[in-house]
Design a protein around this ligand. Structure first.
Ligand SMILES: [Zn+2]
Ligand SMILES: [Zn+2]
Length: 161
């Protein structure tokens, strides 16, 4: 059954950035564009405190049985980060502009993916199909969007999951 998306998805073909493919992480830009669509759909731009972000990350990590990541303010970073640090501690770093629900879930999903698949740091594509599978399930449950809708929109962005 074709799911009728209430939001007109962006492709064809999305934007200038979508045309640059990073060989080490081919899905990354398309995934980011997909997330922009979801954020717009949920109208979920509200910036949260770091403590509120930690609650969101802890909640989903606990659900997957993953150790609760350290939450850092990401000062000096241009982008958010999540996953194992070289010291093998799970850590999320969130510069102020990334302190909204969807970005927190994205970084928490990196922690969950790395912990559960035991991918060594730097030896996998950070946004590969396995990661994306976790991410879609997490978005569906945490943002209250039916999984078939999320998957339908993800396919519009040619994401493997
Ligand atoms: Zn795009
Ligand atoms: Zn990421």
């Amino acid at each position: 059954m074709e799911y009728k998306c209430p939001l007109e998805p962006k492709p064809s073909w999305c934007c200038e950035q979508c045309k640059t493919i990073n060989e080490n992480d081919p899905q990354k830009i398309r995934l980011y564009c997909f997330e922009e669509t979801l954020t717009a759909f949920k109208n979920d731009y509200q910036l949260l405190s770091l403590a509120e972000c930690k609650l969101i990350a802890d909640d989903i990590c606990a659900f997957y049985g993953v150790p609760l990541p350290e939450m850092k303010d990401g000062r000096g970073l241009k982008v958010a980060r999540g996953g194992f640090n070289p010291d093998m501690i799970l850590r999320i770093k969130l510069p102020r502009q990334y302190r909204f629900r969807l970005a927190v879930l994205h970084e928490a999903a990196h922690c969950i993916f790395q912990y559960l698949t035991r991918n060594e740091v730097g030896k996998h594509q950070p946004h590969d199909s396995t990661y994306t599978r976790y991410l879609l399930d997490i978005y569906s449950s945490q943002l209250n969007i039916p999984i078939n809708h999320i998957e339908h929109v993800a396919k519009q962005f040619s994401l493997d999951f």
